[in-house]
Design a protein around this ligand. Sequence first.
Ligand code: GAL
Length: 380
Amino acid sequence: MIKLKPPMGWNTWNTFAEKIDEKLIMESADAMVENGLLEAGYEYLVIDDCWSEHHRDEKNRLIASKEKFPHGMKYIADYIHSKGLLFGIYSCAGNMTCAGFPGSFEYEYIDAKTFAEYGVDFLKYDYCYKPIETPGHLLYKRMGNALANCGRDILFNACSWGYDDTENWIKTTNSNMWRSTGDISDCWASIHNIHTQQLRFQAFNSINCFNDMDMLVVGMNGNGHVGLTGCSFEEYKTHFSLWAILNSPLIIGCDIRNMSDDTKKILLNKSVIAINQDKSCRQPFLIGAHPWPDDNEDYVWVKMLENGDLAIGIFNMGETDTNIKFSLFDLGLGRVTGKTLLLTELWTNETELIKNEVVMKNVKAHNCKIYRGKIVDNNV
Ligand code: GAL
């Protein structure tokens, strides 16, 4: 499997955890199509932990829970595929999954074969109950080899939460995306914390092995398994903009059968998604007065885009409204170049031709502005 853009989809965990069944999955598949998510690029429907029985069969194969999935996983996969979606499933590199179901350790080839028979297109692979004598890179190599030889193209989503210096070995393992942070919860502090954890990992993010900042909490509004206080509309916008510009996979975690208009406005913003899915997939970089975090909570993230435009996200992660500034010089557009920027803000669609070397923007606490900047002649 070669993955050239951050994967996009929906996953059961954030909202439903163990409360999953055939009906939920089929309704969610319908919702992905009917609500325009598939059309916007969200193509993987991923069933997370808790889908199997607690024991294997007589040939050591995993068995789908008879109660939750009475028709089995092939039936689910066929339904998902009939909708034009791709099917993701979950297992774990250890002896058990995090919720205590059978893990794939020592059963990697049997499980990869089972997944291929089901019609799986994506495997999320967790790190709980890891045998201590086997290093993480070997656990992921085992399953990476098994998947690459199972006869089906299956995206490999490593989920070792950045533990054991994952960034140093993950690209050796056939993984297409890797969890570079701990688990998200539905509150501003968690979004803030994951962004901070992510700062030192940008150089490791690449095509075919994307840094995964965990599933989105947009639209959870405090409901479901990782639902805590919930976030405001503006905070969810900031969350989505950050994940987008930092090239994280965009995997939705709310109940997509019941999305509010505000939630749809965020998750279906095609201009912001286009920044995330940009073909050249360049590493984002920080500019501004404080290019590396100290006690400053303003961040100006920039990403060069395939058509010559620049994506510029200005983020106020702090608690007070503030003026965030950036200079054209730091973007490679100093005065001598004779060039400036025509900015389009991707949440409001407002456009603006930049007239001064230094751009100053008032940004409220927990808020952001995200622009696509076109480089144009500076006749002003
Ligand atoms: C965690 C993982 C979560 C979810 C959960 C399932 O380790 O980070 O995303 O998959 O396990 O038990």
